[in-house]
Design a binder for this molecule. Structure first.
Ligand SMILES: [Zn+2]
Length: 148
């Protein structure tokens, strides 16, 4: 990790549109510590259905869908290493998860990770691993109180 200033690509930034400001703040906070890319933000019901049909998601009631408060409550965040996402190297994803949860803790945001759905610290007690998935959990922050 270095202290060089990083920026999200135009694609990553566009994927943060419609995402709850607490998660946008989190994504930028994480980026200041470790390079990463936003893989998914808001999904339409049709996109969610397509991912469900392909087995890439286990629910049609995804937090990526716009929630009643008008925001998506999930982002998919992937490590970015030497110019690419190392999809076949899970240690990078576990490493990123540690940074995400640390930054979230500092920001006062409770996060549920797709690599530990029940948030018990055991990464081996589940059947569906979604290492890029981070969603708001617990009390949802007031979007208007978050300054990104
Ligand atoms: Zn996700």
């Amino acid at each position: 990790m270095s202290n060089q200033r990083r920026i999200f690509s135009t694609t990553s930034r566009s994927r943060l549109e419609g995402v709850h400001p607490a998660l946008v703040q989190l994504a930028y906070g994480v980026l200041s510590h470790i390079d990463c890319a936003v893989v998914y933000g808001v999904r339409t019901p049709a996109e969610q259905q397509a991912l469900f049909d392909k087995g890439l998601s286990k629910t049609l009631d995804s937090k990526h869908l716009i929630q009643p408060d008008g925001w998506a409550h999930a982002i998919d965040l992937a490590p970015y290493v030497n110019g690419a996402i190392p999809w076949d190297k899970s240690p990078y994803f576990y490493n990123l998860h540690g940074v995400v949860l640390t930054v979230a803790d500092i920001q006062g945001t409770t996060i549920r990770w797709g690599g530990d759905w029940d948030s018990d610290g055991d990464f081996n007690d589940q059947t569906f691993m979604d290492l890029v998935h981070f969603e708001l959990a617990g009390a949802i922050p007031d979007a208007g109180a978050v300054h990104v």
